[in-house]
Structure formats: structure tokens, C-alpha cells
Write a protein that binds this ligand. Structure first.
Ligand code: NOJ
Length: 573
């Protein structure tokens, strides 16, 4: 009898084990895998009241445009109250809306308007740090015995100077800021106005989960966890080896208990709502990335890995072979379990076409649409940055006064104070400064590109008279209308979402070709990353039945294996 029970038990265990494994398969469906995420940088999207700053009412006025793109998820950069040292990534009240952006009523109307149109909303959750103007920090710095003291990382000055920590945005790159009020240093990995929160403190963690529930109860559909890989720290703050700052992610990311915090967050918040979760940063290895997103660990759905987006450091500064290698190895590392985020740009990068493509008049449209084809045909959830659907380009400011980004302004001061070459720095910024990706959205060819009736907070790119939504709307072959078509193609073909990815002619330096396969369906994607005609070797692929589904040249090419400059084509095989 006992034996029989044991056998039944073992059979049940086997069954459940199989089921758990089955749940982990890449091809298992989920709305967030099928999502096409459109990222909106609210400050630069659309201003409704003439103060020169984009706002929620502005976004509401463009909901039909967003819907017309076909995207089904919007990720909004932070919209909470903030003194804007880092454009909202310094939150002073997590339950209120930034004055520049509007009110909570505007937010509710925005969410409603999105949901009515079948669009989900993902919010940015900035909880590695807060603003120094947050009430928690004000209390925390007020006295060593404040109940909020341990919400942040303090180092009493009697202990001597703490071991150095590198700050990304500080004028001296020093992450410890001395505060005379209590004779102690506080930690800030970003700017001095962004003190790091202490995740070791259970009370702080509870506050964060309550904030998340506040938004989830409003009905939002997901969270993007800003800089979260840095949230956990070794709070004994041991010294790091000399030169660690050149690779600070190795030392900062995935600190002690990070996975415990994520598991707790999952239990407290994610498991109770139908929300998606994505972390900025994926640690230092595939193992780190897997550990963040493997479904059976119950932490997150996705993470952003930076390896690909970090490739172009200067004009023509990356090779297609590198790009293929990076995307292919990440795909294969996630081929069975986990899920990837696919992106080539966001608000922390200069424009996609200026970094990865070619923004000269001859090739801007072709290379934009080619890159878009790539993003929309890879396995993983695509994250697409607003303005890229128009082929918006870098603005390339000449003067430091034109920049607004705290990291650029402080780095300039740092270079100045340490005798750096400012000319070299300014040239570098023309290519890589994130303000290039933050200039106002180009709606039409009226004043300020139709973004504002006032003075825009950052200059509008002068090319708005040619590159704008209104002009592109009318042209069936525009970058904008190509984006719409390829979004539909992805939505109608699950093979582009879940299908197996196989690289074709891997060593070809100009053409990126790959197939996607699912349930007997097969597609071939061919992308010419160069300004010249180029061919690829199709190996043993059967091309005789190939059908062209979309391409960025109006006329089909003479031969499938021969591509025109920046040509992109998707075939069904
Ligand atoms: C990453 C965000 O994407 C970036 O814009 C911000 O400056 C830092 N985290 C600090 O929050």
C-alpha cells in the first residue's frame, strides 16, 4: 500500500516537473512577449500648454497617432514629481505627477485613453535612488537618529573617508558626498541629487512595494526597473581594486541579496497583478541575465543587456560582424529559457540612425528602415524609441550651452577641471550624447516642429522641415509608413516573435541574413548594412518559393541574394 502511494507520488512529481519545464519554453505564449513597446520620452513628445516642456495632455492629444503605429505597449520615462536634476530620474514624490507634466487627473485620463485603444502602459520605477528632495532623504539627513537614516547609505566621518566609489554623473566622479549637517557621507552612484536607497532596510523595501501597488491598483501594466542591477550593495563598502571604475558594472551589479529582493518584489507585487517587468541592465554574464528572467525563479520577465547598444562608440565605430556576434550569442543563450529585450536606442543613447545607420540624406531613410526591420524581426520583445519611426537624427550641438543632460554638463566640468581636451569631448558628444535622442519630436513643419508654441526646453533639430510626421504621413513609402507596415507584419506572424533564429552566411561583413522558423513556417530576413551593393551566400536554403513580404525599396530586387545599399527584405520561404 505504502509502496503504491510512493509510486503515485513519484508520478505526480514527474508530471509537475515536466509541466514546470514546459512552462519555461521560449515558445510559450505571453502578452509581453508579443508586445511591441514604444518608448515615450514625455519631456520631448508634445507640449500642450506652451511652457516648452512636453506633458501628459500632450501625449493624450497624440494617442490616435500612437495607436496608428500599431504598437501595443507604451513605456513612459518617469513622470513623478521631481526637481529634474536628471529629467525625472530623481524622484521627490513617487505618488504624484511632476508639475511640468500635469496632474494625477491627466494621468488617469492618459491611462484610460491608452486602454480604450488597446495599448498597455509600462511605468519607469526609479528605486535604486531617489531625489535628495524626497521627504525620506530630507528626514534621513536631518539627524543620525532619524527613523529614515537607514533608508540611504551613510558613512559617519569619524570612521575616516569611505573606500572610493565611482559616480557616473558627479563633477568629480566621487559617489560619496560629505554632508556637514550630520558629519557624514552619503552614497550616490549617479548625481549628488540622486542619493542611493538602502535596499537592505526591509522598511524601505516595503515602502517601494506599496508604491508599486499604488500604481498597479490604478491599472498600469508593467514596470521598467531603472538601474536596478545596482540596488543591492555590500554595505561594509570594502575597497575595490585600483582602476575598477573602468569596469564599475562588474563591481556594482548584482550585489548581495539582489535576487532575494526581486523574489520578494515578485511575491509582493508582480504575482498579484497582470504586469510585465523589465530591468535595466542584465548583470555581467549570461548566467546573471538568466537568473534575473528565468520564469521558475519568479523574479522578472525581461532585462536589457547593453552589449549591443554599447557597440558604436564613434562614427563607423562598430562592425556588422561584431553586431551579429553579440545578437547571435545572446539569442542562443536564451534559445530555450528566458526572454530577451531587443533595442538599438532609447533615451540614454544618441539617435539609432546616427549611431547604427547612416544619417546622410542619401541613406537616412534606407538605413532607418533597415534597422527597424532588424528590430522587428528578431526574437525577443522589441523596444522602439519615439522619433525613430520618423528617422530622426542627431542634432550635434556645437556649444556646451545647448546641452541639458546632467551627465554631459558635469563631465564637461570634470574635463575642464582635470585639463581634459574639451574639443575632443565636444566632438564625442556630437555622436554619443543622449541629448541627441531627446530633442523635441518633429510633428510637422510649423514653428518648433509643432512640438510647442513656447520656447522648447531643448532645441529642435533644424531638419524638422523635411523630417516630420505630417510630411511622412502623406508619403506611402516614408520611414513612418514603413514602420507601421513592419509592425503589422510582426503582429500577424508569430514566427517573428517566437520562431527559432538561425544565422545565414555568418561571416558576411555587409549582409546580416537570418531565418526564423516556427511550426513549419519559415522566414528569411536579409539586411544590407553597407552603402554599397552586397551579396550573400544562401547556403542550402531553398529560395525558389521565396515570397517577398516587405522591403524598404519599392521595386523588388533582381535577385534575392543581391542587395542594394541598406536594403532590407523579409521573405517567407
Ligand atoms: C538609467 C536611466 O535610463 C537614465 O536616464 C538615468 O540617468 C539613470 N538610470 C539614473 O536614474
Amino acid at each position: 500500500m505504502k509502496k503504491r502511494f510512493l509510486l503515485i507520488g513519484a508520478a505526480l512529481l514527474f508530471f509537475f516537473h515536466q509541466k514546470t519545464n514546459a512552462q519555461l519554453r521560449q515558445t510559450d505564449k505571453a502578452w509581453w512577449k508579443e508586445a511591441i513597446v514604444y518608448q515615450i520620452y514625455p519631456r520631448s513628445f508634445k507640449d500642450s500648454n506652451g511652457d516648452g516642456i512636453g506633458d501628459l495632455k500632450g501625449i493624450i492629444s497624440k494617442l490616435d497617432y500612437i495607436k496608428s503605429l500599431g504598437v501595443n505597449v507604451v513605456w513612459l520615462n518617469p513622470i513623478y514629481s521631481s526637481p529634474n536634476d536628471d529629467n525625472g530620474y530623481d524622484v521627490s514624490d513617487y505618488r504624484n505627477i511632476m508639475k511640468d507634466f500635469g496632474t494625477m487627473e491627466d494621468f488617469d485620463a492618459l491611462l484610460k485613453g491608452m486602454h480604450e485603444r488597446g495599448i498597455k502602459l509600462v511605468m519607469d520605477l526609479v528605486v535604486n535612488h531617489s531625489s535628495d528632495e524626497h521627504e525620506w532623504f530630507k528626514q534621513s539627513r536631518s539627524s543620525r537618529t532619524s527613523p529614515y537614516r537607514n533608508y540611504y547609505h551613510w558613512w559617519d566621518a569619524e570612521r575616516g573617508k569611505p573606500a572610493p566609489r565611482y559616480s557616473l554623473f558627479d563633477v568629480h566622479h566621487d559617489a560619496w558626498r560629505y554632508d556637514s549637517l550630520t558629519n557624514a557621507y552619503y552614497l550616490h552612484y549617479f548625481s549628488r541629487k540622486q542619493p542611493d536607497l538602502n535596499w537592505e532596510n526591509p522598511q524601505l523595501r516595503k515602502e517601494v512595494y506599496d508604491i508599486m501597488k499604488f500604481w498597479a491598483d490604478k491599472g498600469i501594466d508593467g514596470f521598467r526597473l531603472d538601474a536596478f542591477q545596482f540596488a543591492a550593495k555590500d554595505t561594509t563598502f570594502p575597497p575595490f581594486p585600483k582602476g575598477y571604475e573602468k569596469n564599475f558594472v562588474l563591481y556594482y551589479a548584482m550585489g548581495p541579496h539582489l535576487h532575494d529582493y526581486l523574489k520578494e518584489m515578485n511575491k509582493e507585487v508582480f504575482s498579484k497583478y497582470d504586469v510585465m517587468s523589465v530591468a535595466e541592465g542584465a548583470g555581467n554574464s549570461f548566467q546573471d541575465a538568466h537568473d534575473l528572467v528565468d520564469a521558475d525563479r519568479k523574479e522578472l520577465n525581461m532585462a536589457y543587456a547593453f552589449e549591443a547598444v554599447d557597440l558604436p562608440k564613434y562614427p563607423n565605430g562598430y562592425s556588422l560582424l561584431q553586431l551579429k556576434k553579440v545578437f547571435s550569442k545572446w539569442d542562443s543563450a536564451f534559445a530555450k529559457k528566458g526572454w530577451l529585450s531587443i533595442f538599438l536606442a532609447n533615451h540614454d543613447q544618441a539617435r539609432m540612425v546616427s549611431r547604427f545607420g547612416n544619417d546622410s540624406p542619401a541613406f537616412r531613410e534606407l538605413s532607418s528602415t533597415m534597422l527597424t526591420t532588424f528590430i522587428m524581426t528578431m526574437r525577443g520583445t522589441p523596444y522602439y524609441y519615439n522619433g525613430d519611426e520618423l528617422g530622426m537624427t542627431n542634432i550635434r550641438f556645437d556649444k556646451i550651452e545647448d546641452y541639458r543632460d546632467v551627465s554631459t554638463l558635469n563631465e564637461y566640468k570634470y574635463q575642464q577641471s582635470t585639463g581634459g581636451n574639451l574639443q575632443v569631448f565636444m566632438e564625442k558628444m556630437k555622436f554619443s550624447c543622449r541629448d541627441n535622442g531627446r530633442t523635441p519630436f518633429q510633428w510637422d513643419n510649423t514653428a518648433n516642429a509643432g512640438f510647442t508654441t513656447g520656447t522648447p526646453w531643448i532645441s529642435v533639430n533644424k531638419n524638422f522641415t523635411q523630417i516630420n510626421a505630417a510630411v511622412e504621413e502623406k508619403d506611402p513609402n516614408s520611414v513612418l509608413n514603413y514602420f507601421r507596415k513592419i509592425v503589422q507584419l510582426r503582429k500577424q506572424n508569430l514566427v517573428l516573435v517566437y520562431g527559432k533564429y538561425t544565422l545565414v552566411d555568418a561571416k558576411n561583413p555587409s549582409v546580416y541574413a537570418y531565418t526564423r522558423e516556427l511550426d513549419g513556417k519559415k522566414m528569411l530576413i536579409v539586411l544590407n548594412f553597407s552603402t554599397k551593393e552586397a551579396s550573400f551566400n544562401a547556403g542550402n536554403l531553398q529560395l525558389n518559393k521565396a515570397r517577398r513580404l516587405i522591403g524598404n525599396y519599392t521595386a523588388p530586387s533582381a535577385a534575392i541574394t543581391r542587395l542594394r545599399p541598406y536594403e532590407a527584405v523579409v521573405y517567407s520561404l
